[in-house]
Write a protein that binds this ligand. Structure first.
Ligand code: ZN
Length: 496
């Protein structure tokens, strides 16, 4: 069985557990995707990259993964107490677009940015609005089991009733009393029996555009039900991994468990995984703090807080330098350090691709051991709850050896098998597991390198936007300065 040493920290049990999928070698993984009503921003990048790493490593180990990441395009209201306007509908009104036109526009922005970050596309990307029938069916079942009630055309989940026979709050460790004090609903105005209850179906007001017929009213589903319905639709009643940001632990994921169980099903998830949050210069990201940075702005430097543009791989690499369960802080100095470190690592990677093994005068056991241990250390690190910073540290540990091969040759060296194994392992962890792409040339340095990187990125962006005319024009500019090769690991430029 692949990867029987893999340990995953399970948020539900609060400990690392050996990974044993239900139906090996198949793995079912569901990750809460974005609510698309604006350009993709830094906050979107962290969960996407975190679970991209999980997906990539499982594939690397030989699992067959069905990775489902949804797009929320309906039912996410402005506040979690089920009040306020639908986020998508509100933005559509402001931009004078049809709601689905807006969803298309921002889903494209999200996809383009994720591709630039080299985040693999999931196996299935269901839209909530495309699964209204499944959601209605699930709500019917919850009603049948007595864990929901109808109120004025809307359907609410009855938390107090559910709590009589089930535990609620196990995942987040939060009890409903906390919610009571946090809810800002006005007494007497609510259709809910208790402020803890959450909407499964909301009756639409006359001006509400996104609406569907249901047994209860013309309306729309609550935000939480889509993930329960779509994960069950594509992965079954119980599946292996469910991921998302820590901010979704409560109430979203807690509600998902209650819905799945309350509809007559089992506890739906074997391993709950949550990535930690990110801050910018030590502060939480938010529109009111003026530190809300879109990925497009980050890649072009077009934000007052940015000293310069940062390439997508710099962002990716910086995130991987931290463990996904730790918070991470973005600042110009941290990103510039990451940029330099990545340049060093990329150079070693490119160098390694070009090296030709030569028969050594003698084998140096110490070097052979170091190369062999490298593979073991990378695997041990990833098996330890996807410890990417430890993999990166292992890579930096062998950069010196790679440079010595180049500078001193193979005279005192390693056997061919040891060398080829090492090259394969290094390349595998660099490009398949960590998902790093080369963006720079090994030769160019300093400001010239930055300029070339920016031009190479402009061409990559044009390609993603299918503007091949522009991509070719940019390529012609690059060819004046050197040679450009497209490799599976990304574009590689070599100065003339
Ligand atoms: Zn979700």
């Amino acid at each position: 069985m692949p990867g029987n040493k893999l340990n995953i920290y399970n948020t539900l049990t609060r400990k690392k557990e050996n990974f044993a999928p239900l139906h090996p070698p198949f793995v079912g993984m569901y990750v809460c995707g974005p609510t698309v009503y604006g350009d993709a921003h830094l906050g979107h990048a962290r969960p996407a990259i975190t679970f991209d790493i999980v997906y990539r490593y499982l594939l690397y180990l030989g699992y067959k993964v069905r990775y489902v990441r949804n797009i929320t395009d309906v039912g996410h209201l402005e506040n979690d107490a089920d009040e306020g306007e639908d986020k998508v509908e509100k933005k559509a009104r402001l931009e004078k677009l049809e709601p689905m036109e807006l969803v298309h526009k921002y889903a494209e922005s999200y996809h383009r940015n994720m591709a630039m970050l080299n985040v693999k596309s999931p196996s299935i990307e269901p839209f909530a609005s495309g699964h209204i029938i499944e959601q209605i069916e699930m709500i019917k079942k919850i009603l049948e089991h007595g864990y929901a009630y109808l109120s004025n055309g809307s359907v609410y989940f009855d938390i107090d009733k559910y709590k009589k026979s089930h535990t609620y709050g196990q995942l987040s460790g939060r009890n409903t009393e906390d919610v009571l004090t946090q809810t800002r609903e006005l007494e007497g105005q609510s259709e809910k029996k208790s402020p803890n209850d959450f909407a499964l179906w909301k009756k639409a007001s006359p001006e509400h555009i996104m609406r569907w017929p249901s047994p209860w009213s013309d309306g729309f589903p609550g935000w939480h039900i889509e993930c329960s319905a779509m994960s069950r639709r594509y992965l079954g009643e119980v599946f292996d991994i469910h991921g998302g940001g820590m901010d979704l632990l409560f109430p979203h994921h807690e509600c998902e468990i209650a819905q799945s169980v309350g509809s007559g099903g089992k506890e739906p998830v074997r391993y709950w995984m949550h990535n930690n949050m990110l801050t910018i210069n030590g502060q939480k990201m938010g529109k009111s703090l003026n530190n809300f940075i879109t990925l497009d702005a980050l890649f072009t430097g077009a934000h007052p807080l940015l000293e310069k543009a940062y390439s997508p791989m710099t962002i990716r690499f910086y995130m991987l330098q931290g463990h996904y369960r730790n918070p991470i802080d973005f600042s110009n100095s941290a990103l510039q350090d990451a940029e330099k470190a990545l340049a060093k690592l990329s150079s070693a990677f490119l160098l390694l691709q070009e090296l030709k093994w030569e028969k050594p005068d003698g084998i140096v056991n110490e070097i052979e051991m170091k190369l062999e241990n490298f593979g073991k250390e990378c695997q041990a690190a990833m098996d330890d709850d996807f410890n990417t910073p430890r993999v990166i540290a292992a890579m930096f540990n062998v950069i010196g050896v790679v440079n010595d091969f180049k500078n001193k040759g193979f005279k005192q060296g390693v056997g061919q098998e040891a060398f080829e194994n090492f090259r394969k392992t290094f390349t595998g962890y660099y490009s398949e597991v960590l998902g790093l792409k080369t963006e720079i040339s090994a030769g160019a340095g300093g400001q010239f390198n930055e300029l070339i990187t920016a031009i190479v990125q402009a061409r990559e962006k044009a390609k993603l936007e299918k503007d091949f005319k522009l991509a070719d024009a940019v390529r012609n500019v690059l060819l004046q300065f050197g040679e450009l090769k497209d490799t599976p690991q990304g574009p590689v430029f070599k100065q003339k």
